[in-house]
Write a protein that binds this ligand. Structure first.
Ligand code: NAD
Length: 380
C-alpha cells in the first residue's frame, strides 16, 4: 500500500500543516495510507482525533516517515528527515529551489525525488495547484489587517454627531495576487485605494476593484516576462516608478508593498527619503521583506518606527492564518498528487510539463538546472 507522510512543521513560527483531514479522507478512500506525526495539524486547528477519524495513522515522526513513498510538507524537511526516507521517496512542498538551491543537496545524496510547489508552471491546467497564489491571497488580506491594527486612524468614512471622519488612504505597490487581495480588503474596510504595478495589464484589475491605477511613463519598455511575471527593470525605469511612488506615499496613511521578480531581489520602491515625507503615524507593510524588501528601511521579520512611520517586515504571514492557509495549500497539494497517484498507486510521467517544471531532483539525479549549478552537478 502506498504511504504518504505528514510531519509537524518545525520552522519557528510555522503553524500550517500540509494536508488537512478533508484531504486525508479522500486519499484514504483512494487506498492510500496516510501517516501523520502526532500534533501535525494542531496549530492550524485540526486535532489528531479529526485526522484519525479521516483514516490517518497517528505516530511519532520517525514512524510516520519510515517507509513513506511521499512526504508532503509546507517547508523543506529537517536535515534529519532525509536519512529517514527510503531511496526514491518523493518530497513535495515549498522546497526553496531558487533562493536556497544548495539546501537541496540531501535529495542527491539520499537519491530522493523533489517537487517544489513554487516551480509549478503557471499554466491553466495547473491553476488548482498554484500554492504561491493561495499564500499570496492570504498575505494580501492579512497585510491590510496588520496595517489597520497599527494605524492610529479608522479605515472607513464615518459621519457621526461628533463630525465626519475621512476614509484612510491606502497605496498598494505591486498588483499581482497579493496586491489585488490587499486592494479588495482595504476597499472592504472602506479605505480609498491607489495602486501601482509595472505591468500595465494590472490596471484593469485594479480599477475593477474600485481603486485608482497609477501610471508611470516607462517609455514603452517590455515589463512583462515569462508566465505573466514582471521582468527586472532598468535603473532608469525603477527611478521613475520611485519618484511617482514617493509623491503618492506622502499623501497615504498606509502603504502595502508586494512587488517581486521571481528569483531576484525585490525591487526597491520606497526610499528612506520617501518614508521621511510620510505623515506621522502612517504604516508600511512590506510583503517583500523576505526577498530584500520594497522599502529601504524594512528589517525582515521586524517592526521598526522611523520618524514616526511604522515599517513592518513580516516574513511568514500565511502561517498567521494557519487554518485557511493550510486548507488552500492542502487542496493545491491534492490537485498535484492527482498527477502522480492514480488508484492508490504511484505513476510518474516525467514528460508531463507540470511535473517536469516542478521537479528539483529525480531519484537523486537530473536536478533542476539551478539546483545542479549550486551543487556543482552536471545539468541533465
Ligand atoms: P509576484 O508576487 O511575482 O509580484 C507581485 C507584483 O509585483 C506583480 O504584479 C509584478 O508585476 C509587480 N512588480 C514587480 N516589479 C515591480 C516594480 N518594479 N514596480 C511595480 N510593480 C512591480 O507576482 P504574482 O502576484 O505571483 O503574479 C503576477 C502575475 O501572474 C499576475 O498577473 C497574476 O494574475 C499572474 N498569475 C497567473 C497565474 C496562472 O496563470 N496560473 C497564476 C497566478 C498569477
Amino acid at each position: 500500500m502506498m504511504k504518504i507522510a505528514v510531519p509537524v512543521e518545525q520552522q519557528p513560527g510555522e503553524a500550517r500543516v500540509a494536508l488537512i483531514p478533508e484531504s486525508v479522507k479522500k486519499l484514504v478512500a483512494a487506498g492510500v495510507e496516510v501517516s501523520m506525526e502526532a500534533g501535525a495539524g494542531r496549530r492550524a486547528g485540526f486535532s489528531d482525533e479529526e485526522y484519525a477519524a479521516a483514516g490517518a495513522k497517528i505516530s511519532d515522526r520517525a514512524a510516520a516517515l519510515q517507509g513513506a513513498d511521499i512526504l508532503t510538507c509546507v517547508n523543506r524537511p529537517e536535515q534529519g528527515d532525509y536519512t529517514r526516507l527510503k531511496a526514491k521517496s518523493i518530497v513535495i512542498g515549498f522546497l526553496r529551489p531558487l533562493d536556497d538551491p544548495a539546501g537541496l543537496e540531501p535529495f542527491l545524496k539520499q537519491e530522493l525525488t523533489g517537487f517544489a510547489m513554487e516551480l509549478i508552471p503557471r499554466i491553466t491546467r495547473a491553476q488548482s495547484m498554484d500554492a504561491l497564489s493561495s499564500m499570496a491571497t492570504v498575505a494580501g488580506y492579512k497585510a491590510v489587517i496588520l496595517a489597520a491594527d497599527r494605524l492610529p486612524r479608522l479605515f472607513p468614512l464615518l459621519m457621526t454627531a461628533a463630525g465626519t471622519i475621512p476614509p484612510a488612504k491606502v497605496l498598494v505597490l505591486g498588483a499581482g495576487v497579493a496586491g489585488l487581495q490587499a486592494i479588495a480588503t482595504a476597499r472592504r474596510l472602506g479605505a480609498v485605494v491607489e495602486a501601482y504595478d509595472v505591468r500595465a495589464i494590472a490596471g484593469e484589475q485594479v480599477r475593477s476593484l474600485g481603486a485608482k491605477f497609477l501610471e508611470v511613463d516607462l517609455g514603452g519598455i517590455q515589463t512583462e516576462g515569462e508566465g505573466g511575471y514582471a521582468r527586472e527593470l532598468s535603473e532608469e525605469a525603477l527611478r521613475r516608478g520611485r519618484e511617482m511612488v514617493a509623491k503618492h506615499a506622502a499623501a497615504s496613511d498606509v502603504v502595502i508593498t508586494t512587488a517581486q521578480v521571481p528569483g531576484k531581489r525585490a525591487p526597491l520602491m520606497l526610499t528612506a527619503e520617501a518614508v521621511s515625507s510620510m505623515r506621522l503615524g502612517s504604516v508600511i507593510v512590506d510583503l517583500a521583506a523576505g526577498t530584500g524588501g520594497n522599502c529601504a528601511l524594512t528589517k525582515p521579520g521586524e517592526t521598526v518606527v522611523e520618524g514616526g512611520v511604522t515599517i513592518m517586515g513580516p516574513l511568514n504571514i500565511p502561517a498567521t492564518v494557519p487554518l485557511h492557509s493550510s486548507q488552500l495549500y492542502s487542496r493545491n497539494l491534492m490537485s498535484f498528487l492527482g498527477l502522480i497517484v492514480s488508484n492508490g498507486t504511484l505513476k510518474i510521467d516525467m514528460q508531463d510539463e507540470i511535473l517536469k517544471g516542478a521537479c528539483v531532483a529525480f531519484e537523486g539525479g537530473s536536478a533542476h538546472p539551478k539546483v545542479a549549478a549550486a551543487l556543482g552537478q552536471p545539468v541533465a
